[in-house]
Design a binder for this molecule. Structure first.
Ligand SMILES: [Zn+2]
Length: 359
């Protein structure tokens, strides 16, 4: 699967090449900052099929920067295979929604914001205060970037886990928080470049749209190699039945996505619901989550990388180890994994297209 890249720069180059070979026009939103090699950072978009179609399959990748390897690989492969859109439907692919995070090997944006918590309603003056995060802040935010600090934090965390259990830690951590700008899963004090770009692209590609199905491609949760479909609908919602009908057993519900489970509004799912109402089209869709490594490993990698971002690290060996670890927990660089997640993502895409066809 050589559609999957080894860096942001390579991912972008593969995407642009594949789009050019297919004969598609690329619309690029260039980021104000540069990548680690001085490369241009951009969110790139292509549209497959009739630009005036009133039904849209809208696929986004790299909302969580470093998770972009997966979404990019899938999109490049689709372009190389020159997938076509059924009559009356257009397929929009958005490559690297958080190009800064992708290029610099971070999950978050240049503002240290979790883009998938940044889409809150701007008419809501206050974001909910995450007391659970405040309660655990002292041991999930390391006090410096060193092996000694990590060992000490891990001990405190083990005691907490024994008393409270892992579920509580997950909820406290990943529900989004507004009080610690250098902490994890920070919702941001204002819309980020990535959010504004994301919304501008949705508006651009949904002119005349009546029905939209979105897929937001992520990694890092769930068993290795499994692609699950996460959404925000309760067990009795009619939309859930529709999703099960077209997407099948992969529709997992929201139990793995702590933010949607808590009803928070800052995710891409919330974004599409709001924009659908504003711009006048029906919305269905959700996130695809591809499993990589066990959750404790993923969490530890995130916590250590946050410490590196916050304090820097004089120990080059430790620095490299932290950066590699973060990438490894969001991108399994192995052919069997790539093949598995690719095939499952194609299945979900086809289910979404069938849904749109029958509308
Ligand atoms: Zn993600």
């Amino acid at each position: 699967m050589d559609s999957f890249a080894q860096s942001y720069a390579q991912a972008r180059s593969l995407f642009l090449q594949a789009a050019a070979t297919y004969g598609l026009e690329v619309h690029s939103k260039v980021h104000p900052l540069k990548g680690p090699e001085g490369e241009v950072l951009a969110t790139d978009a292509v549209c497959i099929g009739d630009a005036n179609a009133n039904k849209v399959l809208y696929v986004t990748s790299g909302v969580h920067g470093v998770e972009g390897y997966y979404g990019s690989g899938v999109m490049v492969q689709w372009l190389r295979e020159q997938i076509s859109a059924p009559a009356g439907i257009k397929i929009v692919l958005i490559h690297a929604c958080n190009p800064y995070g992708f290029a610099w090997g971070r999950r978050f944006t240049e503002e240290n914001v979790d883009l998938n918590r940044n889409f809150w309603d701007l008419n809501e003056p206050e974001q909910p205060f995450n007391q659970a995060y405040a309660d655990i802040q002292h041991f999930v935010e390391y006090t410096d970037c060193s092996s000694a600090a990590f060992e000490k934090g891990q001990l405190t965390r083990q005691r907490y886990l024994q008393e409270q259990g892992p579920e509580q830690l997950k909820i406290a951590l990943s529900g989004g928080q507004q009080q610690s700008p250098l902490g994890l899963f920070y919702v941001g004090s204002q819309p980020t470049w990535a959010r504004l770009t994301y919304e501008a692209l949705v508006a651009r590609y949904t002119q005349g749209c009546e029905h939209l199905f979105f897929l937001d491609l992520h990694t890092g949760l769930g068993p290795r190699g499994y692609a699950d479909f996460l959404h925000r609908f309760g067990p009795d919602a009619p939309q859930l039945q529709t999703l099960q009908q077209y997407i099948g057993d992969r529709v997992l519900g929201n139990e793995r996505d702590e933010a949607t489970a808590q009803g928070l509004d800052g995710t891409t799912i919330g974004c599409f619901s709001r924009l659908g109402k504003q711009l006048g089209f029906s919305v269905l869709g959700g996130s695809i989550e591809c499993g990589t490594t066990p959750l404790p490993e993923t969490l530890e990698a995130l916590l250590q990388e946050a410490a590196l971002h916050r304090f820097g690290c004089a120990d080059e060996g430790l620095k490299e180890q932290i950066q590699k670890r973060l990438r490894d927990v969001f991108y399994v660089d192995a052919d069997d994994w790539k093949q598995q997640v690719y095939e499952q993502t194609c299945d979900i895409r086809d289910g979404a297209l069938n849904y749109l066809k029958e509308l």
